[in-house]
Design a protein around this ligand. Structure first.
Ligand code: ATP
Ligand code: MG
Length: 167
């Protein structure tokens, strides 16, 4: 089915206890060739045995969306880092790139549907401007929050916070 269809995404949430560490590694493994092709480097800092109730397919879609954006943001030799860790309060997934970065004015709109930064680079790279709105929508459905921090010319970090399961 069409993954851009938000209502059907909502209707098909399939929550299970998932080994998020393994799933994250699996998504990274699948993404790695694309990053290598561009001459960029992917590092994973994934803590083991992080278990959470989630929808595997939707979690993977979120991570794929963030990785695809990070890949578009970096040049040859660029670095992308994914970390997954857990503290008492949160399970935190982060995707960091040292690419072009996002201006403050653009950051405010970045999760809006169809919003794309207006630059010649972005025009050349294509894309519909839906990835981040879908990503945020999914993260919220999965019970999490997404935040970003970015500096033009330095790079961008997207962090997703899920509540840690009760001990
Ligand atoms: P789609 O994901 O639908 O194929 P897209 O990647 O252009 O298209 P979004 O994923 O919603 O759309 O991202 C919106 C815009 O935010 C992008 O066009 C890009 O300008 C900017 N952006 C997103 N992630 C990054 C990033 N890591 N670094 C720099 N700019 C980013
Ligand atoms: Mg995108």
């Amino acid at each position: 089915r069409e993954s851009y269809d938000l209502t059907s995404t909502e209707a098909s949430l399939l929550m299970h206890p998932v080994d998020l560490s393994k799933l994250t590694e699996k998504v990274l493994d699948a993404f790695e060739p694309g990053i290598k092709d561009k001459g960029a480097v992917l590092t994973g800092a994934v803590d083991p045995m992080i278990i959470m109730n989630t929808d595997e397919r939707l979690y993977s879609e979120v991570l794929n969306n963030l990785l695809s954006n990070a890949l578009k943001a970096v040049d040859k030799g660029g670095k992308i880092r994914v970390s997954l860790n857990q503290n008492k309060k949160y399970i935190i997934l982060s995707v960091t790139d040292n690419g072009i970065g996002i201006k403050k004015e653009d950051q405010k709109h970045i999760f809006d549907r169809f919003y794309r930064v207006d630059s010649s680079r972005n025009k050349a790279l294509g894309g519909s401007g839906l990835g981040l709105s879908i990503t945020k929508n999914i993260v919220n459905q999965l019970g999490g929050d997404i935040k970003l921090s970015s500096k033009v010319g330095r790079g961008t970090v997207f962090r997703i916070y899920f509540k840690s399961p009760e001990q």
